[in-house]
Design a protein around this ligand. Sequence first.
Ligand SMILES: [Zn+2]
Length: 314
Amino acid sequence: MGLTVGVDIGGTKIAVGVVDVDGTVIAHDQLETPATDPTLIGDAVGRSVNALKRDHQVEAVGVGAAGFVDAARRSVLFAPNIKWIDEPLADRLEDLIDLPVVIENDANAAAWGEFRFGAGADVDDMLLVTVGTGIGGGIIQGGRLDRGAFGVAGEIGHLRMVPAGIRCGCGQYGCWEQYASGRALVRETRDRISAGMAQAQPLAALIDGDVTRITGQMVTEQAQKGDPLAIELIADVGRWLGEGIASLAAVIDPSVVAIGGGVAKAGALLLEPAHASFLRTLSAPVYRPQATLRPASLGNDAGMIGAADLARAR
Ligand SMILES: [Zn+2]
């Protein structure tokens, strides 16, 4: 089979690409997500795919969508950032583009992309942890994407870390992504600035005292310049990250844990504390082979490339 199209539908942007059998993106398009009217998303994706089809012989389309995808990989059951409830996305797209369509959760699609062509290409068992605003991820076991009974496996950001902890958008309390994410990094940084900590002065100076302007990227850049508080704040996120990975390793036993997402751009500032806390928290660490933690390698294209490959393997 030759070329397929991968589509990655996020809350603000949609990436569309023609991808070959080696995972190489040979044509690319990017659109704004019309998040207020979900029917417009299908129309926008349909137009983009049809335009790419004119120049490339495409055989199928894979779509990664930020939400719960049904076991048949046809509909989005629920999407937290897009007004989709039981959205029959595959049917809608197949009507528009006249090609077979497969839908997958966006983080699962990214995990598949990293497994086939990125950080996990040399192993059969991989966990992807995407540390962005929240935590996403996907599980590959024995060379297969673990979708679970209902299609919603791999929602690792909602692993409970702290009983009665910080409230999560999912309706529960104490989920992992409330502690090991960009959102947590921003929250903790704002707290330090608002508390008037002397060490927070360099960060406060960046934002004229307006804590709403703090972003995770700002903290990362400040840490890379050597700011001790920024380094400590990222290390804290790393420690939470390593603890959660240790719990997941106790369950699924991956050989590689690939770590991606915007916060992972902090590199060793995040990964070294994550690795140390992973080893500290791992059950019986002396008596077991240990998973390797490494950076994900496909960046923002992982979901698009993975979705395209899932369409090929459908
Ligand atoms: Zn949650």
